[in-house]
Design a protein around this ligand. Structure first.
Ligand code: PMP
Length: 443
């Protein structure tokens, strides 16, 4: 194996990757990293180094690496049967659906399982457009809903919009992202009112009535954890109700207690959505996704619909073990406590570091928006540099935002206060190094 001596990157593997994988499938880091093993919140890289993992493979390693109970559930089921298809009864699928239905707060709920977040949102869009007999969809600016044809059409970030072709007629409305909003200076209640008025205006002016749904992330993931103020979604829901427009909450990142405040992110905003989509962390990284909605909506399809590997017994067993683990270890409370601690300390860093424009988020979904010192100008190069510096110091974090200038700090929900402290030390030092370089650039 030919290693780059300085970084430990397997140069041959990187070259083979580049020869067969799509160019648009981005790799993090100037010297891309292979994660070869993990335990808890730590991973070992192909470079032989151990890192503190505060990104959890795009939030999918929700509980942590190599968790005994989850590994055992996967092993046990894989010895029984790997696959049967939804043409047969699957006990674990029924049990998981019962648990999700009960937690959804949706009366007479039905659950349909698929294999990814994109598919989950596709399923929700198929249901809502059919139920409402409309191809008109409202989405939030700064949203990300997937890579498939229909979900790209509802994704409000140019960097993730590979095509303008669309099966839907989409209108983008205000997301509640405040830092760069023309309403941003207003106090919470006035800001929320201005956004709700804008929603009403968009419904009145850009749609012809009979709208299929509003699709919204409670905390925008790829959008850099933009989080609307309390009350934002309550007011939006009032407007939607006036026009009989269902609300679909895309909880691919925010579900299962990660926001610390509730099991689903939209509940943390005190709103009951009409449908919830989920994926990513549910099986701690194994492929799974789904949608939960009321029986009338779920059963509105007049044709058969099936997902061959949806409800896969191994994924279902893993998901049940994940939900058990979250409950047994009260990880929602942990997300609230450790997330609150991280948030407070990040705000203290922001107060003394001119590169940090804003700290935001909920629970263990924390965004740090980077700017050029002395301004609000976006600094995507600073975010890229910060990822590199943090890696050098042993910490993996993510990146996002409309302009790619937001750090995403989102460790597995089992993260300890001690690990948070360690990550904060690295972040403080990394941001200080960055600020020093930006305030006094080398000639
Ligand atoms: N919705 C949201 C909110 C997401 O964050 C993502 C993935 N980043 C998706 C949908 C799509 O999920 P997947 O990549 O599993 O298709």
């Amino acid at each position: 194996m030919a290693m780059d001596e300085r970084t430990g990157t397997d140069a041959a593997l990187l070259e083979r990757h580049r020869n067969v994988m799509p160019d648009w499938m981005t790799l993090y880091y100037e010297e891309p990293l292979e994660l070869v093993s993990g335990k808890g919140r730590h991973v070992v890289g192909g470079d032989g180094r151990t890192y503190l993992d505060f990104f959890g493979g795009l939030l999918a390693t929700m509980v942590g690496h190599d968790i005994e109970e989850i590994g055992e559930a996967i092993r046990a089921q894989s010895h029984r049967i790997l696959h049967s298809s939804t043409l047969y009864l699957i006990r674990s699928q029924v049990e998981l659906a019962e648990r999700i239905a009960a937690r959804s707060g949706i009366p007479d709920a039905r659950v349909f399982f698929v294999n990814s977040g994109s598919e989950a949102v596709e399923a929700a869009l198929l249901l809502m457009t059919t139920r409402q007999r409309s191809n008109q969809v409202l989405a939030l600016r700064g949203s990300y809903h997937g890579r498939s044809f229909g979900t790209v059409a509802t994704t409000g970030i140019r960097a993730w919009s590979a095509t303008s072709l669309s099966p839907l007629n989409v209108t983008y409305v205000h997301s509640g992202y405040r830092y760069r909003s023309p309403f941003g200076h207003l106090p919470d209640d006035e800001f929320n009112r201005a956004c709700a008025d804008e929603l009403k205006t968009m419904i009145e002016t850009a749609t012809s009535g009979s709208v299929a749904c509003l699709l919204a992330e409670p905390v925008q993931g790829a959008g850099g954890f933009a989080t609307p103020p309390p009350g934002f979604f309550r007011l939006a829901k009032e407007v939607l109700d006036q026009y009989d427009i269902p609300l679909v909450s895309d909880e691919v990142q925010s579900g299962w207690g990660r926001t610390g405040k509730a099991y689903f992110g939209m509940h943390a905003h005190d709103v009951r959505p009409d449908a919830i989509t989920f994926a990513k962390g549910l099986a701690n990284g194994l492929a799974v996704g789904g949608v939960v909605t009321d029986a009338r909506t779920m059963n509105c399809l007049q044709a058969n619909s099936i997902s061959t590997a949806g409800g896969n017994p191994v994924a279902m067993s893993a998901a049940l073990a994940v939900l058990d683990y979250i409950e047994d270890h009260d990880l929602q409370r942990n997300a609230d406590l450790v997330g609150g601690y991280l948030r407070g300390e990040l705000e203290a860093i922001a107060a003394e570091n001119p590169v940090v424009g804003e700290v935001r988020g909920m629970g263990l979904m924390l965004g740090v928006e980077l700017v050029r010192p002395g301004s609000r100008d976006v600094a995507p190069e600073a975010a890229a540099a910060c990822l590199e510096i943090a890696r050098r110091r042993g910490l993996l974090i993510g990146r996002g935002g409309l302009y790619g200038n937001v750090l995403r700090i989102t460790p597995p929900m089992s993260v300890t206060r001690e690990e948070a402290r360690e990550a904060l030390t690295i972040l403080r030092e990394s941001l200080a190094e960055l600020a020093a370089a930006m305030v006094a650039p080398r000639s």
